[in-house]
Design a protein around this ligand. Structure first.
Ligand code: SF4
Ligand code: MG
Length: 337
């Protein structure tokens, strides 16, 4: 099957300027060579700490920004360099669910008007058809139709996120980028919204890019998981493999902080505490981006940027420990011992 979304070597560099003439003195490499595929109906979990570039990647993929370089193919069509006007007819196919439903809903608009807005913008349906469609969407996301005339402030956080989801689905998209859709919600509501997203995925054949800082949350919804650090994907593999046998030292550290439901697995997983802060994406370290914090760092790591290698079917990692050619020259212990 052809991927619904195929991203290659995506870069988003923001210039740093100085002085009155705004002379360019450098660049923040927010996204620095990201590649992945998502097959139709799959969910790719994109995980990393705040500032790692995951939200920027999500917004770039939807072409909410101009990209610096790289390729973005949506269902076979290259959209990476399209103008905003050329993108317009494709907009219905790709939509976004935002982190903060409070901030993304206009407080002066009724729920009906909010959900109808994309229909007004992109369709020529009659007023009556639009109203029917809005009510159907409210049913689909579990909102009572009788509340169509109310304003966002009358709803709870979870209900507001349902409004945001209904609006995102109004145009029957194929790809939905969910940027931390539950991070702002009460823990008791989070599972409900995740379950809703899963139900809707099955019902409407949706493909998700699901962005989160929380590996334990992604575990429930992702088909495969990509871990980002300082603008790069450092590991990408199917969900089962990632949680059972993480390859990258950074993934291992993140997972060691997650509560492990299986007591046997929990005992064998020692807590790895990372020292130091994430370096600035304006000034990444020489060699491996993770070398300033990696518990397994070797001399070569401070000199040479690791290549991204496929070490098993669909198992990608960017770390010298998994590169036999590099490890032959190293005297450190082999990985995992
Ligand atoms: Fe750690 Fe070196 Fe691997 Fe980077 S390349 S993650 S510093 S072992
Ligand atoms: Mg973010």
């Amino acid at each position: 099957t052809r991927p619904l979304l195929s991203v290659r070597d995506l870069k988003m560099h923001f210039p740093i300027t100085a002085g009155l003439l705004r002379r360019r003195v450098g660049a923040v490499k927010a996204v620095d060579g990201v590649s992945f595929d998502i097959l139709p109906g799959e969910t790719l979990g994109l995980v990393g700490e705040s500032g790692c570039g995951k939200s920027t990647t999500g917004r770039a993929v939807l072409r909410l920004h101009d990209i610096t370089s790289g390729s973005i193919r949506l269902d076979g069509t290259e959209i990476g360099r399209m103008s905003q006007s050329a993108l317009r007819p494709l907009r219905p196919r790709m939509q976004m669910v935002f982190q903060d439903p409070q901030a993304s809903l206009d407080p002066r608009m009724t729920v009906e008007a909010i959900i109808r807005e994309p229909l007004d913008e992109h369709t020529r349906l009659s007023a009556r058809h639009k109203r029917d469609k809005v009510l159907e969407l409210m049913d689909a996301v579990g909102l009572n139709r009788r509340f169509a005339g109310r304003f966002p402030h009358a709803f709870s956080g979870g209900q507001r996120q349902r409004i945001g989801i209904a609006r995102a689905l109004a145009l029957n998209p194929r790809l939905v980028v969910c940027d931390e859709p539950i991070a702002a919600l009460d823990v008791s509501i989070q599972a409900q919204v995740v379950n809703l997203l899963e139900d809707l995925q099955e019902r409407f054949g949706l493909t998700y890019l699901f962005i989160s800082h929380d590996l334990s949350m992604v575990r429930h919804i992702a088909t495969k998981v990509a871990v980002m650090y300082l603008g790069r994907i450092v590991e990408l593999q199917a969900r089962e493999g990632l949680y059972r046998d993480p390859l990258h030292p950074y993934t291992r550290a993140l997972l060691s902080a997650v509560n492990e439901p299986d007591p046997v697995a929990a005992r064998s997983r020692r807590r790895i505490v990372l020292r130091g802060d994430v370096p600035s994406p304006a000034n990444p370290p020489k060699g491996c981006n993770f070398c300033t914090r990696c518990p397994d760092v070797m001399p070569v790591c401070r000199e040479v940027d690791p290549a991204t290698l496929e070490v098993g079917p669909g198992r990608w990692v960017a770390c010298h420990l998994h590169d036999p050619a590099v490890m032959r020259g190293q005297t450190t212990r082999p990985f995992g011992t």
